[in-house]
Design a protein around this ligand. Structure first.
Ligand SMILES: [Zn+2]
Length: 424
């Protein structure tokens, strides 16, 4: 595997040289320092003058095979949207999921994501797609029995079998257990999933408190307990839990999520678009001790997988609904999209440091968006768009170089043929 030398790249405003070795960042030194480094062997050199480096983004909640479901249910109520999505998904097979996941990976690479936390079925198709495209997937094995005990048993058996198969073929990806939500999964299956995750040291990825009706229904069904209180009563909440949405929370819910060190994933574009809500309690969750991350959610609701866009929208909504411009500072926004996701997944990513995984976005700053004395992060998040991302290194390899992804045209053509659609 070739090493990569990034010459004269701006890192937090200081010009540096960065050298990878294998999948890791081997050396970081002042610009020009590489002349004294041992650069023997196969090496790819990139002159990064006019470019800046930042950690590859960690998209902490998505359903990658929804990449081919953009715009299929617009301007409808949440329950009608979910009904439409489930109708369409009923026809999916592993080949569809593979094709769609490859398209998602292309979009993620183009927009600077190097790790994604996914939740879907046919997780083997997703693992295969991510491996081919060279980025890292936390592949959520999806459980959803819709309160059918036989289905629950079948899914438990299959899950155990798949977990064993995955362990031998992980290829740098992470097996994550996922159950859809307390409103679609029975108590025995949720308890089993929680126990399985803890026994095997794996993460548990769920949807939680996405809509107000979900909270009201739960209270009716469980003696006044909110979904957070209900799961906590069952003993399911802990630091291994990655809870997507956590939008409709009482002060007691926030306290519980903080005390249990749950990772809460904000998906503002999806929430706002489906009118699920927008008053995400970022400051409260952070202060209570929860680990707050950012996700895009799937393309059936968010329509894209663009983490820069998700960061910008997250900040704008926080500032707007709180009437407080200090509500979500830029450095915390970047942490939510990088290192907090790394913490949630237990991976040494989301940071540019010697010894960490070489997951690096290289941003072209030689354009109008960065021509300002404003800070790099402000220009990146509030002014620029993700097409400023020139190159992406994932696990020590270029997944994109100079906006070129190997095989992109062929992959998109195959997906188009598979879907039977023509591009207008
Ligand atoms: Zn979701």
């Amino acid at each position: 595997m070739k090493s990569i030398l990034l010459k004269n790249v701006s890192l937090s405003g200081v010009h540096k040289d960065i050298l990878t070795g294998g999948e890791l960042i081997k050396k970081i030194g002042p610009a020009g320092a590489h002349v004294s480094w041992d650069l023997a062997g196969d090496i790819e050199i990139m002159d990064c003058t006019g470019k800046a480096a930042l950690p590859g983004f960690v998209n902490m909640h998505t359903h990658s095979p929804m990449s081919m479901m953009k715009g299929i249910a617009e301007d409808v109520l949440f329950k009608d949207w979910l009904g439409k999505v489930w109708d369409v998904e009923a026809h999916f097979d592993p080949e569809y999921i593979y094709q769609a996941a490859r398209v998602a990976c292309i979009e993620m690479i183009r927009t600077g994501t190097t790790t994604f936390n996914d939740q879907y079925w046919s997780f083997e198709s997703i693992r295969r797609a991510a491996s081919e495209m060279g980025i890292r997937a936390a592949v959520g094995y999806d459980l959803m029995d819709r309160f059918d005990p036989e289905e629950a048993k079948r899914q438990m058996d299959k899950c155990m079998q798949h977990y064993e198969e995955f362990k031998d073929n992980a290829d740098g990806h992470l097996f994550v257990l996922a159950f859809h939500a307390p409103y679609s999964v029975s108590e025995p299956l949720m308890l089993w999933a929680s126990d399985f995750a803890r026994r095997n040291g794996i993460k548990l990825h769920i949807h939680l408190c996405e809509t107000l009706p979900e909270v009201e229904d739960c209270k009716k069904a469980h003696g006044g307990l909110t979904p957070v209180e209900y799961l906590d009563e069952l003993g399911i909440l802990g630091p291994e839990v990655i809870a997507a949405h956590t939008l409709w929370l009482s002060p007691h819910d926030v306290e519980i999520l903080g005390a249990r060190r749950v990772s809460c994933v904000h998906n503002i574009n999806s929430n706002a678009k489906l009118s699920s809500g927008y008053r995400f309690l970022y400051n409260e969750l952070r202060d209570a001790g929860a680990n707050v991350c950012i996700g895009t959610d799937g393309c059936a609701s968010s329509n894209n997988l663009d983490m820069l866009e998700a960061m910008k929208t997250s900040a704008l909504f926080q500032k707007a609904w709180r009437e407080d411009p200090t509500a979500l500072p830029l450095d915390e926004l970047l942490d939510m999209a990088t290192v907090n996701g790394a913490r949630a997944l237990g991976l040494d990513i989301g940071v540019i440091r010697e010894g960490a995984s070489a997951d690096i976005d290289i941003v072209d700053t030689d354009n109008c968006f960065f021509l300002s004395p404003g800070s790099f992060l402000a220009n990146l998040i509030y002014s620029a768009h993700s097409d400023c991302i020139d190159s992406v290194i994932s696990k020590g390899r270029f997944a994109m170089r100079g906006r070129q992804i190997e095989g992109e045209k062929e992959i998109l053509a195959q997906a188009r043929t598979f879907l039977g659609v023509t591009t207008v």
